[in-house]
Design a binder for this molecule. Structure first.
Ligand code: ADP
Length: 912
């Protein structure tokens, strides 16, 4: 062992080291000669010059007095006692510094030699080691706490550590600045200031990029960063105060700065300690913040996935499985399923139409690393036909030691369905444009002229021309010669006014002309110069021709209406005329122009007008037409009879707006009908002449007998006044009877009234019987009359109803008489009775003449149908009767009863 080893062994305080070795080389260290009692005899050695001059030059006599007070304690007694001990002695050194030494005594003759070596470094190192140990412990503690505390308490815990740091090193202001990722500057994450120190830094304070300049230093030299004047850029951080800053570096460079203000550092805390401290604070903090960011990111991603109906997936080729994000499971309605499932099973979710394609792409992704991007539909079990679309995107991640195949699925049903709808709409539109009669065109403006540069596909189906065939030079020649001027004017107007609308004919390939409606707009550039014209050709051939036809047919109808022999007019519901043609005007003895505004009611009797208005009011949109025969009082004429047909015109609410009417003058027909009725009546009268002669003869006979008897009495002088009176009264009664018959005949022979009247039908029955009963009885025909015990009112002409009844009874009589010729034992009778219900009154005329041959039943109402010999029957009786009853709104019918024909006159009841 070398003396140096021994020396270090001693210095390190190893036990037993003192027995070993000779004294240290003279000259090194401090050597003191001591006497037996501990008096200093001499001082030598290199360390001597390290002693304070005072001590060096005039050393006190005793060693105990020479050393510092603490050391004096360990040298109680005399040098002989100190043998075998390691002596740590402190001396007063230069500049009031303490010189730490360690040494031992050894006998030197009678005296003692004390050898001492400088152990200042050794002690300083030990203290530093202790400090470092403490610092390390503190750092570990802080790191640990920062690592384990909850994220929400992280700022608080961190600030706490800053505070303990500040207190331990007596730093008035401490802060930690982190790189702010958003704006790439530095920002104070947390700051602490002692209560008596001004707060240099606030939490959240933005420090800009000035700290970047310090960033370049490979290792921190605290002293170079100390103070404002050293680094002008740090002035903005520290202001005018002393301070320093400690970086924390990670893989990317400086990630945090620990800022210490109002502080110049302590010698026993070294640069490395500060770096460690800064790292102990910043590293866990940054990792926790990263964790927090990661966590937030994850939450955001999860929320996003949930909101978008999207989620990630990862292929696990080793197990042929796929792993799905929980959100994806949810949106695929697989909540209950496992997040990992067999790929084949998962593919079953995809619509069969897309399944194979997806599978092959997944395979390409896995085998070739080919990125995957496709849209697929889901297989749906329900009957809903709107497909659910997913966009599937995937890629291969090449890690250092592993590969991953990751992607996401996004519900794009809305977009996809919209796309499909848009595509369909586009297709429809294209199709529509191509197949519609509209042609869209573009004409380019070239030095004053418009050159066709585009036609939509619909040009071909419409005209059969291509763009080349429809160019600027040939277009004009395709236009109908009559319309060319129009076309040129159209182009001029388009250039002049910017828009135009015109209509002209263009020839198609077959040589047919089409009417085209042309609407064009001129587009100009920024300078207002024409660039091109965009326009539309619409084939309006059909419409144009139809319009022309309508015009023509309108003209035809106008002529028809004007020239028609029929009366045509339009009038409002209050009967005010809005139009009337010439025939109507002629009848009313006005000019057609004057008719407008006149009221039709003016020519109607009150009763007729009332009936007319009532009829018009019954028109409905469902039954808008009504026909009637109306009677008018025309100027200077007898009554006119018009067959009048009205058609109502209604609005959408069913309100009658106006009436269109067509009329025909039926007066002549009506008059002939009347004449016919009259003739038939006269014929009836003629036929009844025999009966009537009997009717008149009867009273005449009675009177004659009376007169003969009176004359006889007068001649034989037996005629007294009473007798005469009685005979004269009888004669008077017979005169009255004859007068009644004649009167009635006169009434019956008269023409019917113009207007129908209300009357009691039994009047007609009485009239008939008064004319016929006697003559029938004379012919041996029994009359079976059931007296009526009611009165009702019917509307019509009493004489005409009487005529009908006479006809029926005369026919019955004739049938009975001819029947009796074949059956002499026949007891002929005619029965007549009336009945009524709420709506109708019925008059029955029945006989026992054997009835009518069923084959003739249908024909007997025909005019001129008769079975009677020529010159006897007219065949008009029943036909006229039928007309009369019908005219009164009733019905004449016949049936064969048990013994003969039974006729029925049925009339509507108008009142009780
Ligand atoms: P006419 O009496 O002039 O022949 P009508 O029109 O009155 O004309 O009668 C037509 C025909 O109807 C008659 O010719 C007759 O054949 C038949 N007829 C009418 N009434 C009767 C009746 N009560 N019984 C049988 N036949 C009848």
């Amino acid at each position: 062992m070398s003396p140096t080893d021994n020396l270090f062994g001693r210095l390190l305080g190893r036990p037993g080291a003192l027995d070993l070795g000779p004294p240290a080389a003279p000259g090194m260290g401090l050597h003191l000669q001591l006497d037996q009692r501990g008096h200093v005899l001499s001082i030598s050695g290199s360390l001597r010059m390290q002693l304070a001059p005072r001590v060096r030059n005039e050393p006190p006599p005793l060693l105990r007095e020479l050393v510092c007070r603490d050391s004096a304690l360990c040298i109680e007694g005399h040098p002989a006692d100190w043998q075998q001990q390691s002596l740590d002695l402190d001396f007063l050194g230069l500049a009031d510094q303490v010189l730490h030494t360690r040494g031992w005594v050894e006998p030197n003759g009678d005296n003692w030699a004390l050898h001492l070596l400088d152990i200042s470094d050794l002690l300083g190192g030990k203290r530093r080691a202790q400090d470092r140990e403490q610092n390390h412990q503190l750092a570990c503690q802080m790191s640990e706490q920062l690592r384990v505390c909850s994220l929400s308490r992280l700022p608080e815990v961190f600030n706490e550590h800053l505070r303990s740091l500040a207190q331990r090193w007596h730093i008035p202001c401490v802060a930690l600045a982190l790189l702010d990722e958003e704006d790439q500057g530095w920002r104070v994450y947390s700051g602490y200031a002692a209560h008596d120190a001004p707060a240099l830094w606030q939490t959240g304070q933005h420090l800009g990029t000035c700290l970047d300049s310090a960033n370049g230093n490979a290792t921190l030299r605290m002293d170079t960063l100390r103070g404002r004047s050293d680094n002008p850029r740090l002035h903005s951080v520290f202001g005018n105060t002393e301070g320093f800053l400690v970086p924390y570096r990670d893989g990317q460079g400086v990630a945090a700065w620990l800022l210490c203000g109002f502080y110049s550092g302590q010698p026993h805390t070294g640069e490395r300690d500060w770096l460690n401290l800064a790292a102990a604070l910043a590293a866990p903090l940054l990792s926790r913040l990263r964790e927090q960011r990661h966590h937030q990111q994850l939450e955001r991603v999860e929320a996003l996935q949930g909101l978008l109906g999207t989620g990630w997936w990862e292929l696990l080729p080793a197990t042929r499985e796929i792993q799905l994000a929980p959100q994806l499971l949810h949106s695929l309605s697989l909540e209950d399923g496992p997040t990992r499932q067999a790929l084949a099973q998962w593919l079953q979710l995809i619509h069969p139409a897309d399944r194979q394609a997806l599978n092959s792409r997944l395979h390409d992704l896995q085998a070739l690393g080919k990125p995957l991007l496709t849209s697929v539909r889901l297989q749906r079990s329900d009957a809903d036909h709107t497909p659910i679309w997913y966009r599937v995107q995937g890629q291969m991640l090449d890690g250092d030691d592993s590969r991953r195949w990751i992607g996401f699925m996004l519900d794009i049903s809305d977009i996809k369905n919209q796309q499909l709808e848009t595509a369909a709409a586009h297709a429809r539109l294209d199709n529509l444009i191509a197949s519609s009669p509209a042609v869209i065109y573009v004409q380019r403006y070239l030095s004053g002229a418009l050159h066709p540069t585009f036609f939509s596909d619909s040009l071909m189906p419409l005209l059969g021309w291509t763009l080349a065939e429809c160019n600027h030079d040939s277009l004009a020649s395709l236009i109908h010669p009559d319309d060319r001027d129009l076309y040129f004017e159209r182009s001029r107007q388009l250039l002049r006014e910017g828009t135009v609308r015109s209509r002209y004919r263009v020839r198609d390939k077959q040589g047919h002309y089409h009417w085209l409606l042309d609407e064009a707009k001129l587009l100009r550039d920024d300078l207002g110069l024409p660039v091109e014209a965009v326009g539309l050709w619409l084939d309006v051939t059909d419409a144009t021709l139809a319009a022309e036809q309508i015009k023509q047919s309108e003209e035809r109808y106008r002529i028809l209406v004007e020239d028609s022999p029929a009366m045509i007019c339009r009038y409002r519901p209050d009967l005010t005329l809005t139009f009337g043609n010439t025939p109507l005007a002629n009848h009313l003895e006005r000019s057609p122009a004057d008719l407008q505004g006149l009221n039709l009611g003016h020519w109607l009797s009150d009763e007729q007008r009332q009936a007319f208005v009532q009829r018009i009011n019954q028109l409905t949109p469902e039954f808008p037409v009504s026909t009637a025969e109306i009677s008018l009082e025309l100027p200077g004429r007898e009554h006119a009879w018009w067959v009048w047909s009205d058609r109502g015109v209604f609005d959408e609410h069913g309100t009658l707006l106006e009436v269109q009417a067509v009329g025909r003058d039926n007066s002549e027909v009506r008059r002939s009908q009347q004449q016919l009725t009259q003739s038939a009546k006269m014929a009836t009268l003629g036929e009844m002449a025999t009966g009537l002669a009997h009717e008149i003869n009867q009273p005449l006979n009675v009177m004659r007998m009376a007169i003969v008897n009176v004359l006889k009495r007068l001649s034989n002088g037996t005629a007294d006044a009473a007798y005469l009176t009685e005979k004269l009264q009888r004669i008077d009664a017979q005169v009255q009877r004859a007068a009644r018959v004649v009167d009635h005949m006169r009434v019956f022979g008269r023409r019917s009234e113009i207007e129908q009247q209300l009357f009691d039908p039994s009047q007609a029955v009485h009239g008939t019987l008064s004319l016929l009963s006697d003559s029938l009885k004379a012919k041996g025909v029994e009359l079976r009359i059931v007296p009526t015990d009611f009165t009702v009112q019917v509307k019509g002409y009493v004489d005409q109803l009487e005529q009908v009844l006479i006809n029926l009874m005369v026919n019955a009589r004739d049938a009975l008489l001819s029947h009796r010729e074949k059956h002499p034992q026949l007891q002929p009778w005619i029965a007549l009775h009336c009945e009524h219900d709420r709506c109708h009154v019925r008059i029955w005329v029945e006989d026992n003449a054997g009835g009518i041959d069923p084959r003739l039943l249908e024909r007997i109402f025909e005019p001129f149908f008769t079975t009677k010999p020529i010159g006897v029957g007219t065949g008009l009786g029943l036909s006229v009767s039928y007309g009369i009853v019908e005219n009164m709104g009733g019905r004449l019918s016949v049936a064969n009863a048990e013994e003969g024909a039974r006729f029925c006159v049925e009339l509507p009841v108008m009142g009780g």
